[in-house]
Design a protein around this ligand. Structure first.
Ligand SMILES: Cc1ncc(COP(=O)(O)O)c(C=O)c1O
Length: 393
């Protein structure tokens, strides 16, 4: 089927500056990993977000793994995680042996509900994972108050939320760690894969370079430079098994160049989002998440909620019409994680999330990328309006 509005494979084309940056790495004759582009990318990312420390990594899942390691998550611990998120938010914590306690959604922002987080804390709870879902910041003020009261560590999953802010403060700077993704599906991508870990305190930051690269870190000045060996394994690590989570120089060079257009790109996405909402304002059966005052919601996807209960129609009826009659391809994003066989088979299928249960089967998403035209947005809005009208009869 030929769809009328189709998302491109990549959110936006590379700029000439990004392409030149890759060529520079290839032509420079310098080392291809952990070099000056990585340092500059980390420094500028830190400046952009206001984070205390930033470490480039190969993807967000591994940023989350680093955070799980640094939080000391182990067998028998409980980790609070929203059930409404991408599967990677919880995997590194579950893999470390934690029981994932699924938290319900907030009906307004669709992010995790802080009251449900607090309700589910036990003496085994160690970590709160706050996911800034769909580019919408979570209520970090409430989450940090709860965390401080119960002495819990907070990991912010910012995979979908680069440049999202609360009253100007960037997500990923509230909790102990912020985990960012530069995967191909994001407007900001470092050649298809990539990520960043932001860290609040010095103690955690000191061990990240070693864990990120097989225990190797730079030497302090020493008289006999061949001791203990050419590679300084385990200078600072205190009982952590390391790994290799490095991001190569070409990817860091692209990231550094992409930072210069980031704000303009997110402004564009925000404007598109506002326009789609405006175009669908008259369709009362369709609703969006509500953006609280002072929140910069960077809208990673257009997820819509459809309530056809007054005329006995479902989200699936709507999606079918959108595809077959209006030729708009819509999908359903982020199954509640406890419903996935993966989580169920691994003993993580227990849940108590009534709001998400009611919401999820009525949600769907329409195409979205950075640089959509007015025509794209109008075509989508007209299709949704038309399909809802058809269902109403
Ligand atoms: C909420 C969330 N967390 C984590 C990830 C994992 O990111 P990555 O693909 O960079 O490992 C994603 C990926 O899209 C995500 O959406």
């Amino acid at each position: 089927m030929e769809y009328l509005v189709k998302s491109p494979a990549k959110q936006r084309p590379y700029t000439e500056a990004e392409i030149a940056a890759v060529l520079d790495v290839m032509r420079s004759g310098k080392g291809q990993t952990q070099g000056e582009y990585m340092t500059r990318f980390q420094d500028e990312f830190r400046a952009f977000t206001g984070a205390n420390h930033a470490f480039a990594v190969d993807n967000c899942t591994n940023a989350l793994s680093l955070a799980a390691t640094l939080c000391g998550v182990k067998e028998g611990d409980e980790v609070l995680c929203p059930a409404y998120t991408f599967c990677a938010s919880a995997i590194p914590f579950a893999k470390a042996g934690a029981k994932i306690v699924w938290c319900d959604m907030d009906p307004v922002t669709w992010c995790v509900d802080p009251a449900d987080i607090e309700r589910k804390i036990t003496e085994k709870t160690r970590v709160i994972i706050a996911v800034h879902l769909l580019g919408m910041p979570c209520d970090m003020e409430k989450i940090m108050t709860i965390a401080e009261k119960h002495k819990l560590r907070v990991v912010e999953d910012c995979a979908q939320a680069l440049d999202a802010r609360i009253n100007g403060r960037h997500v990923g700077t509230f909790g102990d760690f912020g985990c960012f993704s530069f995967h191909n599906a994001k407007t900001f991508t470092t050649l298809g894969e990539g990520g960043m870990l932001t860290v609040k305190n010095e103690k955690d930051a000191a061990v990240v370079p070693g864990i990120r690269f097989n225990g190797c870190c730079s030497y302090p000045a020493r008289e006999r430079d061949w001791i203990p060996a050419m590679s300084n394994v385990d200078m600072h690590l205190d009982g952590f098994w390391p790994n290799n989570f490095c991001l190569g120089e070409a990817q860091c060079a692209v990231g550094l160049a992409a930072l210069s257009t980031l704000k303009a790109d997110t402004d564009r996405i925000i404007a598109q989002n506002m326009r789609l909402r405006e175009l669908l304002r008259d369709v009362s059966e369709i609703s969006f998440n509500t953006i609280p005052e002072g929140y910069r919601h960077v809208c990673h996807q257009y997820v819509l909620h459809f309530d056809g209960s007054a005329f006995g129609k479902t989200r699936d009826d709507l999606m079918e019409l959108l595809r077959n009659k209006y030729r708009i391809y819509s999908i359903v994003q982020y199954y509640p994680l406890y419903r996935y066989p993966l989580y169920q088979k691994l003993g993580q299928g227990e849940f108590d999330c009534p709001r998400l249960e009611a919401f999820w089967d009525q949600s769907f998403s329409v195409p979205m990328w950075c640089g959509m035209t007015e025509e794209d947005l109008v075509t989508i809005a007209n299709a949704v309006r038309g399909a809802v009208a058809d269902l109403k009869g």
